[in-house]
Design a protein around this ligand. Sequence first.
Ligand SMILES: [Ca+2]
Ligand SMILES: [Ca+2]
Length: 362
Amino acid sequence: MKTTLALAAASLAVLFSFHSLAGESYRPKLYKQFGEMVNTPDGMAVSADGELYLASPNWQNASYPGVILKQCKKTGRWSLFTVGLLHPETGCAFPMGLAFGPDGNLYYCDNQYKRNKNYKSRILRVLIDRDGTATRIEPVVENIKAANGIRIVDDAIYFTDTYHDLPDRYVGGVYRVPLTACQERPARLLPKNMSEKDPFFLGEVGTTVLKHRNSTGAADGICISRAGDVYVGSFGGGDLFKITKKQDGTFSKPSKIFSDPNVLPCCDGICYYEAKNWILIADSERNAIHCWDIDKELDGAPAHSILWENDDTLGQDGLLDQPSEPCVMGDNMIVANFDLAGKGMKNKVSDKVHTLSVISLK
Ligand SMILES: [Ca+2]
Ligand SMILES: [Ca+2]
């Protein structure tokens, strides 16, 4: 009888492993609590020497400028790396996605869309000297509407533009700009009604608009697998897209590989976890972290699961409070809690507890 029960329990566990919480092993803990000067933690990147960088556009309390911080690997101490470069017209800086280039410099999305929807966003490059000090910030890609997620692989910048603002179509775009195309002067995107002629345009990524949230945010989180395939998620409806790198080095158009708003209603930031060939997905709406297992995807098996989900919280104990971005650092996933409450989110209050969480991936 015992054996039968054990077998039944085991088969139930298998049955519910799809779309279910993996349990306490992925429980988030508090990694860092910031004061008011970091009030919407978001994009992250780890430098070649293993130091964590964090962007905060500071949308919750805009009396603080958008900043990029850095955590010293040796001491664990945080310091201001740089204040974001102010846009000459808007007078604001809103750093979001971060990525290091092969040149050792830090590239970031300056997302001006909230302030000005008329192509003011940019990709900026922070030049870093040998001591690790930021010396200068310069634009490398211009004429973007809402620069959001960024990755740099094989000497090219890949990034998302979340809103195209085309009539009756809720789409954003995915772009690839070779570093050689922005060495001397910034590359410029074409306006959205000419996207198909834009040499940097990889394709359109749309979103389902969910009634309870009514968000039209499309292309948001982006990451690239070891095969060179580009994965992009949509914020509004949680749709996941894949852009396949072909043998000749060109890319397919984005194809939707997962769309089930009952299970995954929001793809905010995403990142690649190479050790397991997983995509980790921050679900802002439900305070959750999802996993997309690429090996399973390639086998035609169900590839989606939920690693963790929690109820509304201030985040003081490390639980997720509108997670906007995951970042793998060694055996850990650091999660930024954006905490900017909006319609249809579990997060009901933009509170004063500004946090990063950590989840062990061991
Ligand atoms: Ca909070
Ligand atoms: Ca909150």
